[in-house]
Design a protein around this ligand. Structure first.
Ligand code: COA
Ligand code: ADP
Length: 719
């Protein structure tokens, strides 16, 4: 777990060996403690070099150990022994030095990094803080503002930035261990005191209070309700105001609170869930490790609306040549301008050249003949999509994969008009597609393993979190969203206001409340979908009650709003009022209050006071309830898949783990009991009826989320 070798006569080389990232497991900590002590006691040894095997210095604490009782030597005294020792220790940083890995390096007297190495203190993203002295040593090295920024964001930095910030002493393109050895030999005999970070003071800073107040305000704004960033600011403040030993006490105390919090558990669950969703499988036994993805070098994108443009940008940024096709000259020009602008701004920010040479624009599908894969992003209309796919089938090479960016239409029906259903999958991106991290890969019943593998791996290349989902209306994300959205408007009928619902959801941690999201994306979009699916318009039987459709409760409020031209931000009025069309600052609108009152009067709905608890429970538990149904129907492989869809695609607060994890954390019996209560009160809302899987899990004693899959009895799983 840590190998010891003596080289160049007087250098002890200690190598961390714990693949794949040399995480600081109990065995590694024991190994380091023993080998460092051996080096310090060996009179032949004059200096020490610390490195990691397989090109990785160290990925930090072993996250798997967090759930277990602590065993083996602790990190803090181990690092302290290195720093306090009388022989210079040089960290040779290759690959990564993250979390405890960087803290270990900060305990060394010198740091040499390979030019491609990345460093950072990402503990905050796991609901923690760097508690092996990171919050105390880094500010002493870089100054407070830099340390605050790095620790509260968890951002990874390059070796070049680390050099600029003084975090490393040297960067090399060559062999980093050789460079560290050279440095070790050159510093033998030099005084070590100035190199012991814990003994230094933090660089003085004018307006200390102002800096910390601004940092606190910023973290509270950025990560609503998250505890870890707040604790990080407090810990760095301790470094600024207290002697090192007291600062360390504060660091430990703050870490204690975080470690036992539900938020840390949720964030650590997300870390593993994000990796688990890449390990997809299909019912025929094909899976991530036995199916080869195709090598995609060229792609076509059809339709340059918001979605198509974002998809083109993401493909090009992944180094893929793209042919972008529109049907109208004007749209093509608009699309070209927008795509070029995004790529140029992005390149400028990163100080590189925009890869514009990778894109060509065309007005005919014929230009897609030779591409490896096509992503269709035309209007959300089945007949149009079928026409496009039939054309593609004729135009493209026999081997070209055909993907649709539909947000909920039947992928198999689209595949059925082609000559190659096994090569058709859904690639459902989220707007704006060059920003949002989620990709739902929709596996139709006839999609081949190769096609699924290719879409999953292409998504990863594009920087997305790809989640394999089954082919049902709305797939996973939008299918579940329907119950969440329905609940929000039912709450308006019963007495709530849009701002009250939004405030409760934002307090819960959503980036934006549901009504603000609606205004942002345009209320007319859903209106058009409801019209085309016959929920409103001439197809509705006029003798039916207005608030019932297809045997269940229906809320016409969004339709009434659209009829008044209140389409959201784009018209300056929606659930909220904006300064002008396209305005972004939402203000409550007294007209909406009157509109809601009139509506309740017209339908004889008594208005009642609705608590924040009811808002959150009805919206969030309805969402999770549908999630259980998705699992039971075999449309998602496990709760992790659903949770990652929500965290990366729907602004779900990561520190609450995702709707399924949240249900587990609240306690399944409680979720069941509340759903039963709300369903009793609202028997015309079927999505409040507790799902079979939820009942079965509660009946089985509410097993941990990792065991839920054993209780799913899907007879027609698509995953
Ligand atoms: N503890 C335990 N396991 C870890 C780990 C850690 N600190 N870091 C990575 N792993 C595991 C992953 O779970 C994954 O396991 P799997 O193959 O069984 O799924 C494997 O190592 C590879 O990680 P992955 O993230 O898939 O590889 P990558 O090359 O894309 O990224 C890292 C590598 C190190 C950048 C990334 O894993 C990471 O950010 N790790 C966490 C670092 C961290 O936060 N450290 C501080 C802990 S407090
Ligand atoms: P979004 O990307 O937000 O879903 P739209 O639905 O407005 O936005 O975008 C669809 C785009 O697809 C439009 O720019 C439209 O011109 C284009 N489009 C529609 N049909 C075709 C077609 N047959 N070939 C190429 N482009 C098409």
């Amino acid at each position: 777990m840590a190998q010891y070798a003596r080289t160049k006569g007087s250098i002890a080389l200690i190598t961390l060996t714990n693949p794949p990232v040399n995480a600081l497991s109990s065995a590694v900590r024991k190994g380091i403690t023993e080998t460092v002590s051996r080096a310090l006691n060996d009179t032949q040894v004059k200096a020490v070099v610390l490195c990691g095997e397989n090109g990785q210095f160290c990925g930090g604490a072993d996250i798997k150990e967090f759930a277990k009782p602590m065993s083996g030597p602790a990190l803090v005294p181990m690092i302290h022994a290195i720093e306090a020792g009388e022989k210079p220790v040089v960290a040779a940083i290759e690959g990564i030095a993250l979390g405890g890995g960087l803290e270990l390096a900060l305990g060394c007297h010198y740091r040499v990094a390979h030019a491609k190495a990345r460093m950072g203190l990402p503990e905050v993203t796991l609901g923690l803080l760097p508690a092996a002295g990171g919050t105390q040593r880094l500010p002493r090295l870089t100054g407070i503002p830099t340390a605050l920024e790095l620790i509260t964001t968890g951002r990874h930095i390059t070796a070049q930035e680390a050099l600029k910030l003084g975090i490393v002493d040297k960067v090399t393109d060559g062999n980093v261990v050789d460079a560290a050895m050279e440095m070790a030999l050159s510093v033998i005999g030099r005084p070590l005191s100035p190199r012991r970070l814990s003994t230094l003071s933090t660089p003085p800073l004018a307006n200390l209070d102002g800096v910390f107040e601004a940092a606190m305000a910023q973290v509270k704004r950025r990560s609503r309700g998250a505890m870890a960033p707040v604790a990080c600011v407090k810990a760095v403040r301790a470094a600024a105001e207290l002697p090192y030993s007291q600062g360390m006490k504060r660091e430990l105390e703050l870490m204690g609170t975080l470690m036992s919090s539900g938020q840390a558990k949720a964030l650590q669950y997300c870390f593993f869930a994000q990796r688990a969703v890449g390990k997809w499988s299909l019912p025929n036994g094909a899976q991530w490790n036995n199916s080869r993805p195709r090598d995609i070098r060229t792609a076509g994108v059809i339709g340059l609306g918001t979605m198509g443009r974002g998809i083109v940008v993401s493909l090009v940024k992944a180094g893929i040549s793209v042919v972008a096709v529109e049907m109208e000259e004007k749209q093509l020009d608009l699309g070209r301008k927008e795509v070029t602008g995004i790529l140029e701004r992005d390149a400028k920010r990163r100080g590189v050249t925009a890869p514009l040479h990778l894109i060509s624009f065309a007005l005919s599908l014929q230009s897609l003949r030779g591409v490896d894969l096509v992503i269709e992003a035309v209007f959300e209309d089945m007949e149009l999509k079928k026409r496009v796919f039939a054309d593609l089938s004729r135009v493209c090479n026999q081997n070209t994969m055909l993907c649709t960016n539909t947000s909920g239409l039947d992928v198999d029906q689209i595949a059925s008009v082609t000559d190659r259903p096994p090569l058709v999958v859904g690639m459902h991106f989220f707007a704006p597609a060059h920003v949002m991290k989620l990709l739902e890969v929709v596996c139709g019943p006839r999609s081949s393993a190769e096609a699924v593998a290719t879409a999953m791996s292409l998504g990863k290349r594009m920087g997305k979190v790809s989640v394999a989902v089954g082919n049902c209306p709305g797939f996973v994300g939008n299918r579940m969203l329907k119950s969440y959205m329905d609940e929000s408007v039912f709450l308006l009928e019963e007495g709530a206001s849009p701002e009250q619902v939004d405030q409760a959801l934002e307090e819960f941690g959503f980036a934006l409340g549901i009504f603000k999201v609606g205004d942002l994306s345009g209320l007319d979009v859903g209106w058009r979908v409801r019209k085309s699916s016959g929920l409103i318009g001439p197809d509705v039987n006029p003798t039916f009650p207005s608030r019932v459709r297809q045997g269940r409760r229906y809320c016409p409020l969004p339709d009434l709003l659209c009829e008044q031209g209140r389409w959201g931000q784009k018209t300056g009025r929606g659930w909220y009022l904006y300064d002008s069309a396209g305005g972004r600052v939402a203000r409550p609108d007294p007209e909406i209050q009157r509109f809601l009152q009139d509506y309740r009067l017209r339908y004889g709905i008594p208005s009642r006071r609705i608590s924040e608890q009811e808002v959150v429970e009805r919206c969030v538990f309805a969402l999770a309830n549908e999630g259980f149904r998705v699992l039971e129907d075999g449309m998602a492989a496990g709760p992790e898949d659903i949770d990652m869809v929500y965290v990366f695609g729907y602004g779900w607060p990561r520190h609450r783990g995702g709707p399924m994890f949240h249900a587990a954390q609240v306690g399944l019996p409680r979720v069941l009991q509340r759903l039963e209560f709300y369903y009793r009160e609202n028997p015309d809302i079927p999505h409040l009826q507790p799902s079979t899987l939820l009942r079965r899990l509660v009946g089985a004693g509410s097993p941990p989320i990792q065991q839920w899959k054993q209780y799913i009895r899907s007879t027609h799983s698509q995953l």
